[in-house]
Design a protein around this ligand. Sequence first.
Ligand SMILES: Cc1cc2nc3c(=O)[nH]c(=O)nc-3n(C[C@H](O)[C@H](O)[C@H](O)COP(=O)(O)OP(=O)(O)OC[C@H]3O[C@@H](n4cnc5c(N)ncnc54)[C@H](O)[C@@H]3O)c2cc1C
Length: 469
Amino acid sequence: MTTVVRDPAVLEGYARDASGLKYIPEALARPGSADEVVDLVRETAATGTAITPAGAQTSTTGAALASRGLLLSLRAMDRVLDVDVEQRTVRVEPGLLLGALNGQLAREGLFFAPDPTSDATCTVGGAIACNASGPRSLRYGATRAHVRALTVVLADGTTRELRRPRVEKNTVGYAPTHDLVDWFVGSEGTLGVIIAAELALLPRPARETGLGIPFESLTDAVAFVRDARASRLVVPRCLEYFDAEAFRIARGGVRDGAHPGAGVGADGGTPVAWGADGQVMIYAEDCTDGALAIDAWLALAERHGANDADVRVFEGESAIRDARRLRHAVPTAMHERTAPYLAQGGRRISTDWAVPIERVEEAILLADGFALEAGFAPALTYGHLGNGHPHQNWVAQDPAQVQALESVVERTLRAVIAMGGTVAAEHGIGKLKARWLGLQANRSQLALMRAAKQEFDPDGRMAPGNILA
Ligand SMILES: Cc1cc2nc3c(=O)[nH]c(=O)nc-3n(C[C@H](O)[C@H](O)[C@H](O)COP(=O)(O)OP(=O)(O)OC[C@H]3O[C@@H](n4cnc5c(N)ncnc54)[C@H](O)[C@@H]3O)c2cc1C
């Protein structure tokens, strides 16, 4: 039987995720097995208590916080249950960290492709429940595409095995009902608890090359990204943007001893020269034949004004890992900059919108203009430019700034929707963005979502406040 914890000191430790919001749960349970989850869900069903599942609580939207009732931490369920090397699938428990999963799969020459930059600290269950994606989703797609089957516990305590249909054709009724796995991927804990998942794997590429390419302007960087996407000579696995400030933060992590062709050593020494203040940077990755690809990439970069001598090459697995750490340094730095203001009601304001690639520069500039009009500096902007999906970040120091910056974001989101974009490309809706759901989803789409919620969780006990607030 799982202990239900009510000690305020322990509960306080589960009161925050990466959103800056704070909700102290009424109780906490940390089950170690599927049976314990079933028992807990049945007990709470009997008392009408709400349940919010949580993985590692790295959500940036408050989705992993219990606004009422029990917080169900799945972290202790972290086993790899079965690897089928031939079929390239793995069955896992939900609390396993993505990084740990890929560490184990490396021995088999396989990997799980979705790569949120938080992969070292986020769980498989959380990634599925948020349909997480990452830099390499440019090539591999988001988590959804890699989930084969799920075992879920519904609000009434029943367990359901959901498997994607194997048929190649299907004309039975409305498409959204064809595959229930799709309903649970991205459901943010609101439809049930994922207690196991079968995931599709890919063979590890024989060769991986990353390039950090400084450019003079956003315009050059966007033109380069669009050409790289269209090129037949390079196969981009990711195309990540760093504005001048993000590039400054990232290159603070580059140390002596690193030189083009040898990768970057992240430890020791002093920062080395790489690019100039005011320059922006694109980090591109390719996993085709290294030698050919590098020449093609450099030629493409040169066509958009980049200087060969400033390009840093990250060759091989360990250098690519270092490059990833540089990328991770940016959101981490923004979290650190925000931390002093949390207690006084400030928080990081971070966007997750995406637009069709041909509108991305316009959208970034529009958002920066809205910020200036509201009396703020333009955002720190970085992220998945290759997908038309940059993240914009501000530090709001107090509730008044939170409100003013959220108005800036809302203005941007209205423009983004008009451009054919989305208000939430990878972090989900959670609690923070629930009020913006209606900007995007029309009446019929909202009605369909409510019907799904009613079907699986008629009493509204699962992850209350997420998505359909
Ligand atoms: C520095 C940083 C970088 C990030 N980078 C990215 C990025 O590149 N791409 C990206 O997509 N996200 C990113 N994120 C956001 C976050 O890491 C991802 O959404 C991640 O997948 C959440 O996993 P988690 O284990 O922390 O889940 P949690 O935050 O604990 O939970 C997230 C949601 O999943 C639900 N949930 C968790 N486990 C289960 C379960 N077993 N059953 C049902 N529901 C469940 C929760 O109820 C909640 O709604 C980043 C966050 C940080 C802090």
